[in-house]
Write a protein of this length. Structure first.
Length: 252
């Protein structure tokens, strides 16, 4: 039997900043790297409409909760998957429409399901953290770990991904819950994903940031085969101020 291998990508889309200039670059990226499962953060109405037009062979969650359009959504290949259920769990975000968004997908034509979740953790640049020195992301991650434990079925391949806004605590806390980074699973260092300066247009004297804050993790029922941070341009423009993370997994 040929093993089932899946391509997953997580991408922070940077709201609609400089959007018309970035749209061709994102379209080129999706043409070259078309994922089986695609999780996005900082989604907005115009970018969701754009993705719906480009990812014609994919479906996504359609739900009245506005966070599925104003924050995150999950796209999947219709040829491979059928959605069986979805949800949006409150995990302590400071932003009112952010959640841990998730879907359960049935792999056609079998009865096998996979669980996929995404989240965008609160940035370190929030006012509360500057005043107190306390990170809300640690609390959010612990609640996410609890939700993953509660929602994932026994022996079900499960994936969590997104913009963690933290290079250290996500891997530590999620590993304790049984989820390992795609890079760590392969014995690799995580390449930086933020900030993509050709898009952000950093100015002389502006503080610079180089962090590996976008992440894909999986439980032991999915084995990482490859992982990368693809840098794809449309002419001289990048699709976002983040680089995406792509991982290939083999289902156990």
């Amino acid at each position: 039997m040929i093993p089932t291998r899946l391509s997953l990508i997580t991408y922070n889309l940077w709201l609609t900043k400089r959007w018309p200039a970035r749209a061709p670059a994102l379209e080129r990226f999706l043409y070259l790297f078309t994922p089986d499962v695609f999780c996005v953060q900082e989604l907005q109405g115009p970018t969701q409409e754009f993705l719906d037009g480009v990812l014609k062979e994919h479906d996504r969650v359609r739900d009245p909760f506005p966070g599925w359009t104003s924050e995150s959504n999950i796209y999947w290949s219709r040829a491979l998957f059928e959605k069986t259920e979805h949800g949006a769990e409150e995990v302590g975000h400071l932003e009112p429409e952010r959640r841990m968004f998730w879907v359960r997908l049935r792999l056609k034509p079998s009865a096998t399901t996979i669980f996929v979740a995404t989240a965008h953790l609160t940035t370190a640049r929030n006012r509360d953290e500057a005043e107190t020195g306390l990170s809300p992301r640690v609390r959010q991650l612990r609640r996410i770990a609890g939700e993953l434990t509660r929602l994932v079925h026994r022996a079900e391949p499960a994936f969590f991904m997104g913009d963690m806004n933290d290079a250290y605590h996500p891997q530590l806390i999620l590993k304790q819950a049984g989820f390992a980074s795609c890079f760590a699973s392969l014995g690799m260092q995580s390449p930086p994903t933020f900030q993509c300066y050709p898009t952000a247009n950093v100015q002389p004297g502006e503080p610079t940031v180089t962090e590996a804050i976008d992440l894909i993790v999986a439980n032991r029922y999915a084995r990482a085969i490859a992982a990368s941070v693809p840098q794809c341009y449309g002419e001289d423009t990048a699709p976002s101020d983040h680089w995406p993370v792509q991982a290939i997994y083999q289902l156990a």
